[in-house]
Structure formats: structure tokens, C-alpha cells
Unconditional design. Structure first.
Length: 184
């Protein structure tokens, strides 16, 4: 049993300890800045807030509501994943089974959760991050590169993305807070 655990854990430890590979392609002049930012991004982040701002400055909450919950993970190998659960919390399914969820209408399922995964890279200046979306709950995002401005201050990460939704231009601001190791 111990040997089995070591066989499973050792490759994971090696992978997590590897330097961030996507940064090696950055020009030398910006590599140190990007490496520094990327190193500080590695870990798990809890969603604090999401605000969508119209061009006229009005703040709206069209998709996630005012108090969504979410988790964002960046790892050292360059993989990332994000999940956001809307507010109010979804009530679908009413039972604790997957069958109940599958029986729900597509509309009810679509408003419940947003999520995608893929790779991530930081630009040489360290001012933007790109989520290279491999798979998403929204088919239109698959294969897309989502560029976000980033601001990292202390244990807070702010990501800002431009979006064209509902026939107008918006700016979406997501604020994340680093999750301390072993926090529950």
C-alpha cells in the first residue's frame, strides 16, 4: 500500500515542483517580471465578487448575481480551472442524484454553474493573463483565448475582461482572494 501511494504521489510532487513552462517562450527582457507574477498566481483562489460594468458606468449583475461563489486554480505546470456558482444558488436538481440534474430543463442547468479549464500564460510585462480555454460548459468558449488584465495586491487578485453580451460592450471585474493552505 505504501509503495502504491509513493508511485501515485511522486509524479504529482515532481509535476507541481516544475517551473512554469509557458514562460520560457517570453523575451528575456520581460521574463523576470512575468516569472514573478506567474509564481505569485500559483495556487487556489476564492471568488470575492463579480461586477459587470456597462459603457455608461452602470454596474449590473446579469449572470452570476450579487454573491456568487467560485474557485480558481493555477498550477505550476500551466494548467488552470475555474468554477463559479451563481447567486441565488441553483435549486436544480431537487434531489441529490445526477439523474435529477439531467432531468432538469437546459435553462435551469445553464444558470447553475459556469466553469472551464485549460492552460494559462502571463504576458512579458505581467499585466495580463490569458486563459487558453480547452473545455467549457459553454461550447462557444472552447478553444478561445480569454485575455484578462490582472492586478495582484497582497492576497487579492483582480481580473478584468472585456465582453460583448446582450448586444453591448461590458467590462467584467472578478476579485479573488488567495486560499490559505489547508483552509477549510
Amino acid at each position: 500500500m505504501r509503495l502504491c501511494n509513493l508511485v501515485l504521489i511522486c509524479p504529482l510532487a515532481v509535476a507541481l515542483g516544475q517551473p512554469y513552462p509557458a514562460l520560457s517562450a517570453n523575451p528575456a527582457s520581460g521574463k523576470k517580471k512575468a516569472d514573478s507574477v506567474a509564481g505569485r498566481l500559483v495556487g487556489a483562489w476564492r471568488l470575492v465578487s463579480v461586477e459587470t460594468t456597462r459603457l455608461n458606468g452602470e454596474v449590473i449583475y446579469p449572470f452570476y448575481g450579487k454573491h456568487p461563489e467560485g474557485l480558481l486554480i493555477y498550477d505550476r505546470s500551466g494548467c488552470m480551472s475555474v468554477q463559479i456558482v451563481s447567486d441565488p444558488k441553483p435549486t436544480v436538481p431537487g434531489s441529490s442524484s445526477r439523474e435529477g440534474f439531467l432531468a432538469a430543463s437546459p435553462t435551469d442547468k445553464a444558470i447553475a454553474i459556469d466553469g472551464y479549464f485549460g492552460a494559462w500564460t502571463v504576458d512579458p510585462s505581467g499585466s495580463t493573463i490569458t486563459h487558453h480555454i480547452q473545455q467549457s460548459l459553454y461550447p462557444g468558449e472552447r478553444g478561445e483565448d480569454g485575455v484578462r488584465r490582472l492586478l495582484l495586491v497582497g492576497n487579492r487578485l483582480t481580473l478584468v475582461a472585456k465582453a460583448h453580451e446582450s448586444g453591448e460592450e461590458h467590462e467584467r471585474r472578478l476579485v479573488w482572494e488567495r486560499i490559505s493552505p489547508f483552509a477549510r
